[in-house]
Design a binder for this molecule. Structure first.
Ligand code: GLT
Ligand code: MN
Ligand code: MN
Length: 387
């Protein structure tokens, strides 16, 4: 099989992912920084389709207007040279000390206003570069102590900011959708709207809910011990899977952002299988970084590995669908002999009466075993290359 990434695979990386220099809370950087232009070339060579960015991944927060102009022009030239595009952009609302207490939910009204200004400018930049999805990851939108902020007030502040920005986008006539990215904690002790489910509930309360969806990240749901495939499926079913951050990590740990498929292979398989079967058309964005042990050769291996694993799992999903023994079990599991009273397809009084009067053989229902051990073992063997 040829696992070479192609543009139609929609594989993207953030500048901050391959550009990660390996700083952690206990250690200094281990890799010298590459410029955005160098990173675009690295990604182009690895076979990525697109590159995503925070405003300050490209333009430093204290750049002068002429610096800004020059940096953006150089970057656009690199995009032309490599054929890469910028499908998604976002705002850095977490690195600068001004955001120590959050951005849209900060207690200081001046910080909230500054966060809106910074985001409007970053949206302008993202749209100039061609982005059609704009991510909001509220890394600092939380607390260490609930003495600091009223959680209801925080939701109101966050809602007001998103409503303001949706109206700004409409007013500018931009073709841009927002994708909210939940995370339970880190860097804050607790971050508001911690899971995909929480975000979905929140989106329904916005002024323009149709403009706003999800950017779920595998590692973030796994930090909470949740099933990422189920979270993605719920977002998809709600029409809200606008973007996705693929990576991996051990359950319950800090935000490890490991290479896609490097920890929970089975979960990665069911995720790829899901995305391909529903024909999710958005970016497959790898929001991860190379181990701190690596030099830039290792970073290239990391980037290639993310894409290669995705493509291998995509091929495994195809084989799973075409495996006669697996498919026979799938048929058997959901087989319907037509003996159950018809109740689905909407309520009618007759269906309710028929169902209430029906005599079920409860013992027989309880006696039926399901062949899931066999089905899972076949799945594992397929993944292990034994079938
Ligand atoms: C940051 C975070 C990611 C977010 C990025 C978008 S930046 O690295 O850990 O999960 O997707 O702001
Ligand atoms: Mn993460
Ligand atoms: Mn992410």
């Amino acid at each position: 099989m040829d696992y070479t990434p192609k543009p139609e695979d929609n594989f993207t990386f953030g500048l901050w992912t391959v550009g990660n220099i390996g700083r952690d809370p206990f250690g200094e950087p281990v890799r010298s920084p590459l410029s955005p232009v160098e990173l675009v070339h690295l990604l182009g060579e690895a076979g990525a389709y697109g590159v995503n960015l925070h405003d300050n991944d490209l333009v430093p927060i204290d750049a002068t207007p002429s610096d800004h102009e020059r940096i953006v022009q150089d970057f656009k030239r690199a995009l032309q040279e490599t054929g890469l595009c910028v499908p998604m952009a976002t705002t850095n609302l977490f690195t600068d000390p001004a955001f120590r207490d959050g951005a849209f939910t900060a207690n200081d009204a001046r910080v909230r206003a500054y966060a809106l200004q910074k985001t409007m400018r970053a949206i302008d930049l993202g749209v100039e570069l061609g982005a059609e999805v704009y991510v909001f990851w509220g890394g600092r939108e939380g607390v260490e102590t609930d003495a600091a902020k009223d959680p209801v007030e925080s939701l109101k502040r966050f809602r007001e900011a998103l409503n303001f920005l949706c109206s700004y986008v409409k007013d500018q006539g931009y073709n841009l959708k927002f994708a909210l990215e939940p995370k339970p904690n880190e860097p804050r002790g607790d971050i508001y709207l911690a899971t995909v489910g929480a975000m979905l509930g929140f989106i329904a309360t916005l002024d323009h809910p149709e403009m706003v969806g999800l950017n779920p990240e595998a590692a973030h749901e796994h930090m909470s011990g949740l099933n990422f495939v189920h979270a993605v499926a719920q977002a998809w079913e709600a029409g809200k899977l606008f973007h996705i951050d693929l990576n991996d990590q051990a359950f319950g740990r800090y935000d490890q952002d490991f290479r896609f498929g490097s920890v929970n292979l089975k979960s990665a398989f069911f995720l790829v299988k899901f995305l391909e079967e529903v024909a999710y058309a958005g970016s497959r964005h790898f929001d991860a970084h190379a181990y701190r042990t690596e030099d830039y050769n290792g970073v290239r291996e990391f980037a290639r590995g993310c894409m290669r694993t995705y493509l291998i799992l995509k091929e495994k999903a195809r084989r799973w669908r075409e495996d006669p023994e697996i498919q026979a079990l799938v048929q058997e599991i959901a087989a319907d002999d037509g003996s159950a009273p018809v109740w689905n397809g909407g309520y009618t009084a007759t269906k309710a009466t028929t169902l209430k009067d029906h005599a079920f053989d409860r013992k027989a229902l309880g006696a039926r075993g399901m062949p899931y051990e066999r089905l899972d073992q076949l799945t594992v063997e397929l993944l292990l290359g034994a079938r």
